[in-house]
Ligand binder design. Structure first.
Ligand code: NAP
Length: 322
């Protein structure tokens, strides 16, 4: 089969389309014919070999996708050939055929295309756990959503709104600001003035929560934008890693909470994965949640997709199509 293969860690040029052995399913595994793979920031970190994401080379990157089951291994009970499935954590997803553990696979509901399923899985589950579990947004809460026109950002803005939250979004361009507004953000600010907007909107009190996937560039102002006992949810580092922090800053900021969550811990077992995925797909199927596919690239153009994502040229979700 054809796959994208990384033979040494490095820049996007190490992503090359190549031949790779056809997979066969081990016990508890499915082989899936890929319809679309999702592109995520973590794919870039793995390509670069950045700790703690680095693995051995050579490898096929990607972890997210959707497609049709072609074979099942011993002991598989929930899936059969022909089923449409989606996943967020099957290594080797930038390939025509993907091995997906049964535990990681979710049935794609009727009425949802495989492309939309691949586009919403990882970032939709992430947006879901952030606003339902890490900090469960209550009606009237003011929530800052950084990079609101991005993949996670557009979904998180919508889901926060569905819970009755008031979103103060950030975005770097007017076009991205317009997308954030369409997703339901009541206020859209720049990275330099979101703190002032939060103060104005809350009468000086501060935000209940900041969802920050940008990291280094926004962290200090995000902490400063919180109300006493507010929660700083640092879930990514698109602008770089946040340096080590003195816990006394949380005291000085008003007994703040800081968490650095990751999806794997919020789909901790099959039941939690299925519950979260069902809620996300219900919202997609009912039309409550709009999934924006900002770019589709041929599988062989994975390098260009990752370059565009890293260079802030994208909105919504990026897909690779075999
Ligand atoms: N912890 C988890 O469970 C989890 C799960 C999924 C994703 N993530 C993280 O969530 C973040 C967003 O992921 P995503 O896939 O949805 O990406 P994305 O938001 O679609 O793309 C990143 C966006 O971040 C903004 N940004 C600000 N400063 C940047 C910089 N210096 N370089 C690049 N981008 C910058 C850009 O939007 P503007 O141009 O509007 O600034 C850019 O479009 C990433 O940090 C990712 O690692 C975490």
């Amino acid at each position: 089969m054809r796959a994208v293969v990384v033979r040494e860690h490095g820049g996007s040029e190490v992503l090359r389309a190549d031949d790779w052995p056809d997979p066969s399913p081990g016990p508890g595994e499915l082989v899936v014919s890929l319809a679309a793979a999702g592109v995520n920031f973590v794919d870039i970190y793995r390509r670069e070999g950045r700790p703690p994401y680095a693995g051995a080379v050579p490898f096929v990157p990607g972890a997210e996708g959707a497609g049709t089951v072609t074979a099942t291994g011993q002991g598989v009970t929930s899936f059969q050939p022909g089923d449409r499935v989606v996943w967020s954590d099957a290594p080797g997803s930038y390939a025509e055929q993907v091995i997906v553990p049964e535990r990681s696979a979710v049935h794609v509901p009727a009425g949802v295309s495989l492309e939309v399923a691949a586009a919403v899985m990882l970032q939709g589950l992430t947006a879901h756990y952030l606003c339902h579990s890490t900090y469960p947004v209550a009606a009237g809460d003011v929530a800052v959503v950084h990079a609101a026109a991005g993949g996670v950002g557009l979904l998180l803005t919508q889901m926060t709104g569905l819970r009755g939250g008031v979103v103060v979004a950030t975005a770097s361009t007017q076009a991205k600001a317009a997308l954030a507004r369409e997703a339901g953000a009541q206020h859209v600010a720049g990275y330099g003035d979101f703190g002032a907007v939060v103060r104005e909107v809350t009468g000086g009190a501060g935000a209940a929560v900041v969802y920050d996937g940008v990291g280094q560039a926004t962290f200090d102002d995000s902490l400063a934008a919180l109300r006493p006992r507010g929660m700083m949810v640092l879930y990514g580092a698109a602008s770089g890693q946040v340096p080590p922090l003195d816990p006394q800053r949380l005291n000085a900021g008003g007994s703040l909470f800081l968490t650095r969550p990751t999806l794997a811990h919020y789909i901790a077992d099959a039941a939690e994965l299925r519950w979260r995925a069902a809620e996300v797909f219900d919202q997609v199927a009912s039309g409550e949640l709009d999934v924006r596919i900002g770019g589709s690239y041929p599988l062989a153009d994975a390098a260009r997709a990752q370059q565009d994502l890293a260079a802030r040229r994208t909105t919504g979700k990026l897909l690779l199509i075999p």
